[in-house]
Structure formats: C-alpha cells, structure tokens
Design a protein around this ligand. Structure first.
Ligand SMILES: NC(=O)c1ccc[n+]([C@@H]2O[C@H](COP(=O)([O-])OP(=O)(O)OC[C@H]3O[C@@H](n4cnc5c(N)ncnc54)[C@H](OP(=O)(O)O)[C@@H]3O)[C@@H](O)[C@H]2O)c1
Length: 346
C-alpha cells in the first residue's frame, strides 16, 4: 500500500475489543509501531450491533470514534458520521476495498451473520480479513473458492491462537508438505480454569477470574462446553488439511463436569488435565475431536499454563513441531488482523 497509491478503503463490521485495539494500534499508537506505516488505510465505515454505525466516504475520524465509544459506550448522537446502517446492508452497499469482519461468533446460528457478511463481500470482489471463527469453521472452501473466482483474498490469521502465525507459517513455511495431523491446547478459558482448579479453586471461581482478566466471555458456555475449541479445530482442519467439517461434526467434550478433586488427583499422579483439540487424517476423511485428557508431565502440552496455547503440526516430510504462545493479550489478536491487512496484494 505504497504512498503513490490511493488509501485502501476499509469497512469494519464489529468494533468491540478487537476492532478498537486494531484502531488504537494504527491511530493512537501510530508512532510506536513504525513497521505498520506502510499501511495506508481510509476507514469508510464502522458498523456495530447496538452502539451505532459510522459512515464517511472520505474517511471516518477514527480517533474521535474511539474516544466516543470508550467514553460514552457508543458513537455520539451528535457525530455527523452516525447512521443506522446494518452489517449486511453496509457490506452490500458501501464503497470499500477490504471488509474487516469482527462481529461475534455464533455457533447456534452456524456462523451467521458473519458468514453472510464475508460471502457478500467476496461476491462483490472485496478482500476479507476476519478474526471471527464462524465463516472459516462453517464454510471455508465455499469462501476460499469465491475469493479465488473474484481475484481477492480471504484471510483469517487471528481465528486460531490470536495473531501467532499459524496459517501464515503453513502458507510460507510448509510448501510441499502434507499436513497429516494437528493437535493442541487452543482455548484459553478452559486451560486457565483447569490450571486454577489444580490450585484448589472451584470452576465457578476460576471462570469469574478469567472474566475479570478479560479473556472469558460474559457467557462462558461456548468455552466451557468445548464449542470455541471445536470451531478452532474445524478452521485448522479445513484450512490446513483440506477437510470440510463444521464444529457440529467435531467429537466434542467440555470441562463442565470436572471437579477440583479430578484436577488435583491428576497432578498427584504426575499429570495435568487439558482440553485437547485434534484433527487426524483417516484415509480420505479427517476426524476432529475436542477431548478432556490427562497429559503426562513430560508431554510438550503440559507446561502450557493459564491462558497460553500450543499447537503441534505433523506432516509427511517434517518431524512434528510445536508453536506456543504465552499470556496473549488483545494486542496479539489485533496484530493478526493488522498482519492480514499488510499481507493483502497491493
Ligand atoms: N477477544 C479476543 O481476544 C479474540 C481472539 C480471537 C478471536 N476473536 C474473535 O474476534 C471477534 C471479535 O471479538 P471481540 O472480542 O472484539 O468481540 P466483542 O468485543 O464482543 O465485539 C463484537 C462486535 O461485533 C458487533 N456485532 C455483533 N453482532 C453484530 C451484527 N450482527 N452486526 C454488526 N455488528 C455486530 C458488536 O456490536 P455491539 O457492541 O453493539 O454489541 C461489537 O461491536 C469474535 O468473533 C471473536 O470470537 C476474539
């Protein structure tokens, strides 16, 4: 996105924790991150569900938008950029080059409305960057094939392990390899809760702490029942192993049944309880699961404590290797979105 070219017009659908952090890094902390300066963006639309939407074809005043949403909890009624446009309308009608889809994941709605937002943007020949797992978990191949037909990109680095390079690494570092299996600890909330239960804290108490620290949702059921993990392993299986599965196909278990005694007995036996996601090739099929397992202390997943994640990738040519992230924050997720924006063709 060189300085001779026109700025890339961006539409944000969803402007919660992640959207605001992306904007904060690019607009409020601009001077601190010189390697992002090659991004030349004009944000022409920001759509939320209940906090108002902003549209300005000449570029929204993003700093003002950030202050309003933080100070007032919504965009100001006096902001001349304020409109009542909804997500799908904005995607279908506004003039933009890239859709940044950061709305909420819904398993019950099978990835909607994010899936329709992404599908419609790609059909219009617009690039899409998303951290929302829904579209890639429910319709990965349809969306990649739409992107291919229309000569645009569908990028989703932050859907798994926040911004830690997983899909980027596979694209650039595993050429010629067939990925035969992936496995790991991919859900921060459950790993945090299980770690705290080993210290004697109840599941309910540990969930409250995770909510206070900001990585567990107000409604933690998606995490505790294994749905978030099932969405992540579906994205990995679809994107890295050519599977066509959805979270509903994953052999899934959560941690709601675990007691403090279970967690502590595992520790006494030299093990740790972990919610393990895995996808493995079985002939032409890929079988994916999310299961509660007792991991031996020497296993590479055992040291991953609290909100950390780890992923092991197995291939036909390269020995199994792991990618790990420790103590992720919103910066990690926002960075994945920024990396995707910087990876789009000029
Ligand atoms: N937080 C993380 O660290 C993290 C990590 C990896 C992936 N993700 C994924 O990234 C996405 C965004 O996460 P977040 O933490 O920013 O979520 P969030 O704080 O809950 O924000 C979600 C945003 O989406 C908007 N929204 C919801 N439904 C919408 C609709 N139908 N049309 C338009 N806007 C809609 C919400 O509007 P209102 O504010 O009006 O409700 C809000 O602005 C999620 O899919 C999440 O799973 C998050």
């Amino acid at each position: 996105m060189n300085s001779e070219a026109k700025p890339t017009k961006v539409l944000f659908v969803g402007f919660g924790n992640v959207g605001q952090k992306v904007a904060e890094i690019l607009y409020l902390e601009h001077e601190k991150h010189p390697q992002t300066h090659s991004l030349d963006l004009s944000i022409i639309g920001i759509v939320t569900k209940s906090r108002g939407s902003l549209v300005n074809n000449n570029g929204i005043d993003v700093v003002k938008a950030l202050h309003e949403i933080r100070d007032l909890g919504r965009f100001s009624w006096t902001n001349f950029e304020l409109t009542s446009i909804k997500g799908l309308e904005a995607v279908q009608q506004l003039d933009y080059d890239v859709l940044v889809e950061l709305s909420t994941l819904s398993i019950v709605e099978r990835g909607e409305p994010a899936l329709s937002h992404v599908r419609e943007a790609l059909k219009r020949g617009r690039h899409v960057v998303t951290a929302n797992k829904g579209p890639a978990a429910f319709a990965y191949h349809e969306l990649q094939s739409l992107a291919y037909q229309h000569g645009v990109s569908f990028l989703h680095e932050s859907t798994v392990m926040d911004g830690t390079p997983v899909f980027n690494l596979a694209r650039s570092g595993l050429k010629g390899c067939t990925i035969t299996g992936v496995s790991g600890v991919l859900n921060s909330t459950t790993n945090f809760v299980l770690s705290r239960m080993e210290q004697g804290e109840s599941l309910e108490e540990a969930v409250k702490v995770a909510q206070k620290e900001g990585f567990a949702e107000a409604d933690p059921r998606n995490d505790l029942e294994g749905w978030d993990a099932a969405a992540k392993i579906s994205v990995l299986a679809n994107a890295l192993m050519g599977a066509s599965i959805t979270p509903l196909d994953v052999d899934r278990q959560g941690i709601t049944q675990v007691t403090v005694a279970d967690a502590q007995n595992a520790v006494k036996a030299g093990k740790n309880l972990k919610l393990i996601c895995s996808a493995r090739r079985d002939g032409n099929q890929v079988h994916a699961s999310v299961r509660l397992e007792e991991i031996e202390r020497g296993h590479p997943f055992a040291p991953i404590r609290e909100s950390g994640s780890i992923l092991m990738i197995e291939t036909d040519l390269l020995a199994p290797f792991v990618i790990a992230e420790t103590d992720p924050t919103l910066y990690d997720t926002a960075y994945g979105v920024i990396n995707d924006l910087m990876s789009l063709p000029q």
